[in-house]
Design a protein around this ligand. Structure first.
Ligand code: 2AM
Ligand code: CA
Ligand code: CA
Ligand code: CA
Length: 270
């Protein structure tokens, strides 16, 4: 099934309106005390704002689009066994650690997928009031400005890559010596602490790729649609397609360097 243009436009406009509204609520409360809990470990944080923001979207979606599904981080979504139908993949605050420590560098991320295909992507840099937005086949935008197709003939020597230090030190997912070799090869590295923003920056062309070894669907759903719309590519770190119902390793980059990264630098363990 293909989503009709006008249906997609209406859905996009509604999602965009809700994202901006949720963002304003967060901005208005940014200096209020936070209730901070931990999840899987002491550094895995969640606040009442993560939960309330997700609830805000879940209530809106269930009232307006009762036939749609929700896949989201904080537990107010649905238990999905399949990617069929229209699925809102939501991260209410991506970069919670930044939200707590820095009060900036976090985003609301929403990807709207139909039968596993990303149709709409929204990544909202809340504190800077910058909305990255895309509809499949219609380009990606940073606020009003249309993003350009990614550079052709990019060389690895001129690339800036987003790499989290965790994956460049000994770990059980990826060969760190190869990652260190990669770091010496490229022009520079960056790490922003919000996967959604990091994918938006790939789409904007201000970084040339993003390599990471464990992200949930809600971290990547919005950003993937953005990257697709400027001619970039997002796969697992072995080049295989991403499964939107589970965690994935991620390589998102300019196509010009994808092959080299996959064959020469990313060596997965096990
Ligand atoms: P979060 O802030 O929504 O939890 C930080 O490098 C990035 O990784 C953020 O996008 C963060 O999302 C995400 N992240 C943090 N812990 C994670 C985990 N255990 N599994 C997958 N993604 C995680
Ligand atoms: Ca989290
Ligand atoms: Ca996240
Ligand atoms: Ca989150």
């Amino acid at each position: 099934l293909v989503m009709e243009q006008q249906v997609k436009k209406d859905l996009f406009d509604t999602a965009r309106k809700w994202v901006l509204e949720a963002g304003k609520t967060i901005r208005d409360a940014i200096d209020q005390p936070l209730t901070i809990d931990t999840k899987s470990n002491a550094n895995d944080l969640v606040t009442h704002m993560d939960r309330e923001t997700e609830q805000f979207f879940a209530e809106k979606i269930r009232a307006e689009y009762p036939e749609h599904f929700i896949l989201s981080e904080e537990g107010y979504g649905d238990e999905l066994k399949s990617d069929k139908g229209i699925v809102w993949i939501i991260d209410p605050i991506d970069g919670t650690m930044n939200f707590v420590h820095q009060k900036r560098n976090f985003a609301i991320s929403i990807g709207i997928f139909q039968d596993g295909i990303g149709e709409i992507g929204l990544v909202y840099d809340v504190m800077n009031d910058i909305l990255y937005a895309a509809r499949r086949g219609e380009g990606a935008f940073k606020n009003e400005k249309k993003l350009l197709p990614l550079k052709k003939e990019l060389r690895l020597e001129e690339a800036i890559l987003v790499l989290n230090n965790y994956w460049t030190t000994p770990n059980n997912k990826v060969e760190d010596s190869k990652m260190q070799e990669l770091i010496r090869k490229i022009r520079g590295t960056r790490s922003y602490g919000s996967a959604a923003l990091e994918l938006a920056y790939v789409a904007e062309g201000i970084v040339d790729g993003y390599i990471t070894m464990k992200l949930a669907p809600w971290d990547i759903a919005g950003g993937m649609v953005l990257v697709n719309e400027v001619g970039g590519i997002t796969t697992k770190a072995d080049g295989e397609p991403i499964n939107m119902l589970e965690n994935n390793t991620i390589l998102s980059c300019n196509k010009e360097i994808q092959e080299t990264l996959l064959t020469d630098y990313i060596e997965l363990k096990q």
